[in-house]
Every structure is written in C-alpha cells, then in structure tokens.
Design a protein around this ligand. Sequence first.
Ligand SMILES: C[S@@+](CC[C@H](N)C(=O)[O-])C[C@H]1O[C@@H](n2cnc3c(N)ncnc32)[C@H](O)[C@@H]1O
Length: 201
Amino acid sequence: MFSIYNARMTSSPFSFTDGAYWQRLKKGQHERLVKLCKPARHSAVLDMTAGLLQDSLILARCGYQVTALEHNEALYKIAQNALARFTEETGFQDTSARIQHLLTEATEWMADRHYDVVYLDPMFPEREKSAAVTKEAQLLQRHERPAEASEEQLLLKQALAIASKRVIVKRPLHAPFLAEQKPSFSDKGKAIRYDIYLTPA
Ligand SMILES: C[S@@+](CC[C@H](N)C(=O)[O-])C[C@H]1O[C@@H](n2cnc3c(N)ncnc32)[C@H](O)[C@@H]1O
C-alpha cells in the first residue's frame, strides 16, 4: 500500500502550495517557531518528528539547514512527493536543498554532529478529538498512532543530548509537558504551546 506514494506521483493527498499553509510559508519570518530558533539563525536544526515536513519547510525557507527524520514510510513518501512538486512548481530549489529528509527511527538514528536546535512535534492523542482538526492532522492520524510515554521519554532524552543550544517541543496549549519534564520556558499561543529546553540544562 505504501508504494502508491512514489516520488513522481502527480495526484497527491497533500501539497505545500495550498491555502493557509502556503500563505504562512511565504511569510515564514513571522512564524513563532522561526523566532524561537533565532539564537541559531541560519544554522543547523534537527527535526526528529518530521511528519509532512510543514515545520521543516518553513525553517528551511527562512535559511535554516534542516535534517528531518521520519519513521513512517507512508508519511515519508507523501512528504517527499510534496517536496518534489513544491520545488518544480515554485522554483524554490534553494529552500528544498536546505532539507535533508531521512526515513529513519529518530531514537535509533546516530547523529554524526551536534545540532544547534532540535525540534520535536510528536503525535498527541487530544488532536484526534479536536473539532478543528486540519486535513493535514487527519492525514497524519490516518497513518500514525500517538507516541507511547516511553518513546516520548527517549525522544526528549536524545534531543537534549544532541542540541547544543536548545530543544523546542510543540504541544497543544493545555497538554502536559513532554515526558513530564519541565522546560526552561514556554511560548504560548491560542492553540499551540512551544516548550523550550535550553541546553546544556
Ligand atoms: C505531529 S507529526 C509532525 C508534524 C510535523 N511537525 C509537520 O510539520 O508536518 C509527528 C510525526 O513524527 C513521526 N514520529 C514520531 N515518533 C518518531 C520517531 N521516534 N522517529 C521518527 N519519526 C517519528 C510520526 O510518524 C509523525 O509523522
């Protein structure tokens, strides 16, 4: 079933050049996540839970070198396909070239260098219940289950070991801290909260 999403497929369940996300991508500098990465401007970011690459692409558009890890093959191929079409349609080759997209289990992936910022956006069960669930979230939920507590702990432990400046964790506004670990500070929006762990702790 995964093979239907090959990189040259023309009809796809997902595109970066649709609706609200495309507008966000064009105005990338104003994104909260981009501002939170600022101490490491134009440097290396590791996205350990890449999903559909929406966050990775915004960071790459703003000049960050992004290594994006995804362990679900179907989601990896959907995102790869969308990235190939994005490059062809928009001509933003420099943006796409800043993303190294890898199909791998992040907790087993051995970083060959340190990253300034490590970003985590694990699946969260509450998203399934939300009335305002986006079509991207539905696509993610169709292919992937929420992380187990032990996986969350491992992801955060590894992220803290790799990041030389900070780890940024995306959470629903009222969600508990990832792995029950208190961050250095939080940045709260209307629906999303970013928890920032300064490293070394
Ligand atoms: C909520 S989505 C991330 C969405 C992403 N930030 C975006 O902009 O599209 C979480 C993703 O992380 C992936 N994931 C979760 N745990 C992982 C792990 N241990 N290694 C690699 N990928 C993982 C899931 O398969 C899922 O695609």
